[in-house]
Design a protein around this ligand. Sequence first.
Ligand code: IVH
Length: 700
Amino acid sequence: MYQPNEIKILQSQSHNWLSYISNTGNIKEVPGTPEDLRRVLRFHENRYYVMNDPLLSDFEYDLLFKYLEKWEKADPAIITKDSPTQRVGSGLIKDFPKRQHLVPMLSLENSYNAEDLLDWDRKARELSKRDDIEYCVEPKFDGASISVVYDHDQLSRGLTRGDGETGDDITPNIKQIKTLPLSATFSQYGIEQIEIRGEVLMNKNNFKKYNEALIEEGTPPLANPRNAAAGSLRIKDPSIVSKRNLEAFLYHVSYITNNSQTGLVPKTHAGMLEMLWNLGFRSPKQEMKVVTGIQAVLRYIAMFEQKRDSLPYEIDGMVIKVNDLHLQDQLGNTSHHPRWAIAYKFKARQASSKLWGVDFQVGRTGAVTPVAKIQPVQVGGVTVSSISIHNEDYIKDKDLMIGDTILIERSGDVIPQIVKSLPELRSGNEQLIRFPKKCPVCHTALFKPQDEAVWRCININCEAQIIERIIHFVSKDAMDIRSFGEANVRRFYSLGILPDIPSIYSLDFDIIKTIEGFGNKSVENLQQAIEQSKSQPLHRIIYALGIRFVGETTAKTLAQSIHHIYDLAKLSPEKLMVLEDVGIKVANSIYEFFKNEDNLKMLQKLEQRGVSLQRKESTPVTGGLTGQTFLFTGTLQELKRSDAEEMVEKRGGKIVSGVSSKLHYLVVGEEAGSKLEKAKKISSIKILNEKDFLTLMNKS
Ligand code: IVH
C-alpha cells in the first residue's frame, strides 16, 4: 500500500518526531500536526502487524504513541475516531446486541479429496458453459469468522457470524485487532459502504503463551487457537481483548454500495484481495494464487499443505473461489452455499477414542490432577494414550464418564486436549468419574481452597510432592542437570539417598555405583552435571524452586531485580508487585514461600553445598557481537530458544522482533516459516543454522 517514496518520507518523519520527542536531534519545533503523527503511527502499525516487517523498535513506537496520547489528552478537540489511540475505549461492554449482516453469511461446501473437487469444477463448467475456469486458491483460516462494515472510510461495526443472518455486535472488541485499520480510504474507489468477511485468529506463538499462562494460574488450557480467538472476542473488557494479540485475515467482500460503479472497483476476487491489501488490510494476497483449471488448483493445494505446520497460524484447508466476480454472480448460491466457492479440508487433527479410566496424579504443588487413560489413538502424527483432564469442573463441563467415546484434538504442537464427549453413543454401562477425598499417595484429606478449581494435598512432606519437586528442580528448563532425569530421581528417592532437593548436592556416589545400569562413565557424567549446575544463573534457581505461579519469565524478572536470592525474602507483596508482570497472586505466593522456615533452611543448605544463589553480573563475555542483531525462527534442536537468545545478549548482541534490512543474522531451526522466506530476499542478512550459530558463539 505504501509506495517506496512514501515510505522514505514517513521514515524520515518518524525520526523527526522521535528526535523532537526525546530531545536528541536538532529538531526543536513540533514537526507536524496531530494528523501527521497519526499517519506515521498508522504506517508503523501496518509494517508491524500486517507486513510483519517493523521499521521501528517497540520502544520507539511506544514513544510516538505515548506522545500522541499525551497531546490528545491535553487537547481533546484534536482527537479523531480513527486515531491509533482510540482502539481501546474506556469502560466495559454491557451486552453484545444482535444485528443483521448486510448480506447473509453463507458457509462453504466442504470437499475432502480430488474427486470431490473435480466434480465441483465439472458442475461449475457446465453451468457457465466454459472449458476452463480461472480460480483463486487461498488458505482456509481456522479461527472465528466475522463481518466488518466501513461507512465513509470509517470502521463502523463488526459482527460475529452468529446464525449467518444475524450476529453479535462486538465492535469495541473488533477494534482491538491491530491488523484491522480503523479507517481506510475506500472512497478512493468510489465506495461509500462496504461489508467484508474475515477470520479472527490467535497465532500459534501467542496461543502457546496464552495456554502456558492459563496452566500456570491453574486454569485448563484451551484445545486450539480457534477457541481462544472466539472466546476472546466475547470478553466484555476490550482492554483484556487488546492483550490477546488477535489478528484478522479479510478474504471476502460481501457487499459494496451501488453508487460504486466508478469502474475503479476490481472485477475479480484476487483484485479485491489486492485492493484490501493496498488499503492496509491483511488479506491473503501473498498466500493466494490465481490458476486456470482444476488440475492447477490441486497442485497448489498439495504444495500449500506441505507448508501447513510451518505457518505461524492454523489453517484447516484451502478455499477455491471462481476469480471472475461476474461469473460468481452468474453461478449464484444454493440455499446453503455459494456455487462459486468450495472448501478443501486437510486431514483432521481430531480423532475419536474411548475413555478407559482415570488416574489421579499429585504434582509438586500438591495439586491432584486427573489423567484420562484412553484407547491409544493417532492424532496429528502422534499416538495419544493418556491425556490430562485438569480438574473436577472440567470433567463436569465436558460431561465425561468412564467408557465414553471422546473426541480428541492435537492442534499444532499443543498438548492434546479432549474436545468433547459423545454422550449420544453411551450404552448405559458408563461410570461416573469419582474424585478421591484423600491424597492417592499419602492419604491426607484433600483440600480445595475457595475460588479454586483444584483439589490439593496440603501435606508438604507428601512423597509424591517431594519427588515431583526434585524432578522439577533438575529438569532441563530449571537447573538442567543432564543425565539425572525423572527415572533416576525416583530410583534414588526409593533407595533413601535423595530425600530432598539439597541432597542432590551430597549424593553418595559409592551407592549409586552399585545400582544396576550405572557404570563409572555414567556416574562421572552425573557428578559433572551436578557440579556444573552449582553455577547456573539465578533465574534458573528461582524457577527451579517451583514457587507457585513463578514461571520462567517471572523468574527472569525477579532475578534481574535482585542480587541474592535472600533479597526476595525481604520484599513485601506490595514491593514485589511493582515488578513487571507480578500481580497480587504471584506476589503473595513468593512472599509465602520465603516466609516458610523450611524453605529458608533448604536455601541455606544449597548455599553451603556450593550452589550459587547470587546474580552473576551479565558482563559481555567479549562483547564481540556488539551492534549485531539476531532473530530466531523455527524450532532449534539442541538449544532452548531463550538460552540461545541469552548467549547473544551476553556477547553484546541484540534480539529483534522482525526481519528487516536492519537484521544481521537470522538463525533458522526446523520448520522455519515466512521469516526465512523474507530474509532470503534481503542479501545483507546472514542465514545461520543451529550449528553455524554455535560456531559463531564460540568465536565471539
Ligand atoms: S469465503 C460466501 N474464504 O470457512 C463465502 N471462508 O464455511 C464466504 N473461512 O465460516 C467465505 N478461510 O469463515 C472464505 N479464505 C477463506 C476462508 C473462509 C476460512 C471460513 C469462513 C466460513 C468457513 C466455511
